[in-house]
Design a protein around this ligand. Structure first.
Ligand code: FAD
Length: 493
């Protein structure tokens, strides 16, 4: 049962003898961190205050080392927190605070293993930083389209384990769609080599998909074969003002009909996001002369000349103005201008982080319900908590809204935190009524573990728990993340 796990960690002498020293013998001095100060950056979250404490961080150099380390953990019932770039937003990559686990980090596993240009695939170690894979693809004249704000530090193993979405999912799908094969170390230390670079493979269950989005609860991804696409020759970026999410959706429908596959991003932001991004970053400028209630950041990509893309966009933009779906807008005339427009979008989460503590909602609803979701959530929250501020932004093309109520200036932290369960319930009840999901791309981790249990049906929870127990019957892989251990204990009794 999960409750026996980690017992060894409470006995330092035995831990050193049976866990630490055998692991050190495998990975060498470079592969272990036991110094608390040195491991500190790996114990804390980028935001949200998750903090952990472990006696040991292991950084294996390759799959064989990692597998041998996991085998020791299995033998000694030592729980493991897999970690990539530690940029996750749900407290899933930080350990719990009680020295009850060890961290296994893929940071040193950062080789590009192979590139197959006829097959349009690249095979990489799980610890490759996302941006380095994008770069390697670009150098080979290909596109690896997964793209998100943290791409300079997140790792592909983390991206796959969270099934990251990002800003181009509207065209290319989430991380899951970009995987041809996986290599995984199972919780007992055996290696599953599923690095098949196939686009079609119906030989039984699609096992790789089970590990994608599992948040490190079923095994450790050590390698991946990823699909590459043609590198677009041209892009066009536009910043468009609109009166409401409903108008934005109406225009998006028009744009999809006219521009189809060329739309690679369609990001929605409310005015407050632009203001907060500017407040906390003096480099960010308002590209339009007037303030408008909502904005769309649109990106198109395709083959041929940039002028041709713009020429396709222009009439759709004008038709939007005429129909009053759009109020104003600007099309970037250079790469530098396009980057400046993207800085506004990227500055929105950073600005919110600096503005105060906020409750993060990462919901998805059918695109047709986005307007209703935002309106109903705002109304319900301000009725219950007069004066509450919320920020809505996100990936409109996927119906994925980040809806973040934020602490009022000067409000005591404990008072604010005490509201969290009620705020969550208000927002997620609306999401649930609209047929949505309580997490579109960030995942469950610790942040939504109680909420998941509340909103999933008993049959879904049971299937998830049985799957977990099938792969990890000792509950050693990232325990108390995604699924509560009591749910597993109930099933295994
Ligand atoms: P970590 O944070 O280290 O780990 C995340 C989870 O995966 C944990 O459960 C961990 O245990 C597990 N894990 C890590 N590596 C492995 C492995 N090799 N095998 C098994 N399990 C593993 N996310 C989006 O989806 N879309 C966005 O647009 C987006 N934007 C972001 C912007 C910013 C500024 C930041 C800070 C984060 C953003 N994120 C976004 C969230 C985050 O970047 C993603 O979740 C990312 O995929 C996590 O990768 P990582 O390597 O940092 O993983």
């Amino acid at each position: 049962s999960s409750s026996d796990a980690g017992g060894l960690l409470r006995d330092p002498a035995r831990f050193a003898r049976e866990v630490l020293e055998p692991i050190r013998a495998i990975v060498g001095e470079r592969g272990v961190i036991t110094d608390r100060d040195q491991m500190q950056p790996l114990m804390v979250a980028w935001r949200d205050g998750w903090k952990g404490r472990v006696p040991l961080v292991v950084q294996p150099a390759n799959t064989a080392e990692l597998a041998a380390v996991v085998a020791i953990c299995h033998r000694t019932r030592t729980p493991i927190v897999p970690q990539g770039g530690n940029t996750g937003l749900t407290g899933a990559s930080q350990p719990h605070g009680d020295d009850s686990e060890i961290v296994i980090s893929t940071t040193r596993m950062n080789r590009i293993r192979a590139l197959d240009l006829d097959n349009d695939t690249i095979t990489v170690d799980a610890g490759c930083v996302l941006a380095s894979i994008q770069d390697a693809a670009r150098e080979a004249g290909r596109l690896f389209p997964l793209s998100l704000g943290a791409e300079g530090s997140c790792q592909i193993g983390g991206n796959l384990s969270t099934n990251a979405g990002g800003v181009q999912a509207v065209r290319y799908g989430t991380a899951r769609n970009l995987v041809a094969g996986l290599e995984v170390v199972l919780p007992d230390g055996r290696v599953w080599d599923g690095l098949r670079g196939l686009r079609k493979d119906n030989a039984g269950y699609d096992l790789k998909q089970i590990f994608i989005g599992a948040e490190g609860t079923l095994g450790i991804i050590t390698g991946a074969t990823l699909k590459l696409l043609p590198l677009p020759e041209a892009t066009a970026t536009a910043f468009l003002a609109t009166g409401s999410p409903a108008q934005a959706v109406a225009w998006l429908r028009r744009a999809k009909a006219a521009l189809g596959e060329t739309i690679t991003s369609c990001e929605l932001m409310e005015r407050a996001c632009v203001e907060i991004a500017r407040k906390h970053n003096s480099q960010i400028q308002d590209p339009l002369e007037q303030a408008y209630p909502w904005y769309l950041l649109l990106e198109l990509a395709g083959q041929g000349a940039a002028e041709a893309l713009e020429a396709r966009l222009l009439p759709v933009f004008e038709a939007g103005l005429e129909a009053e779906e759009l109020l104003d807008g600007v099309i970037a005339s250079s790469a530098a201008q396009a980057a400046a427009l993207w800085r506004i979008r990227e500055g929105a989460p950073e600005g919110q982080r600096l503005e105060g503590s906020s409750f993060k909602h990462d919901v998805s609803v059918p695109i047709s319900q986005v307007d209703r979701f935002i309106a109903e959530a705002n109304t319900a929250l301000s009725q219950r908590f007069p004066g509450i501020r919320s920020f809505a932004f996100g990936h409109l093309g996927d119906g994925n809204i980040h809806f973040n109520p934020i602490q009022a200036e000067g409000e005591p932290a404990d008072l604010w935190q005490a509201r969290l369960p009620e705020v969550n319930r208000i927002v997620h009840d609306i999401v649930s009524q609209l047929g949505g999901s309580i997490t579109a791309e960030h995942g469950v981790g610790r942040l939504r573990i109680t909420e998941l249990q509340h909103y999933k049906s008993p049959i879904e929870l049971e299937m998830m728990a049985r799957l977990k127990l099938c792969f990890d019957p000792l509950n050693l892989m990232n325990p108390q993340k995604v699924l509560r251990s009591d749910l597993l204990d109930n099933l295994s009794e």
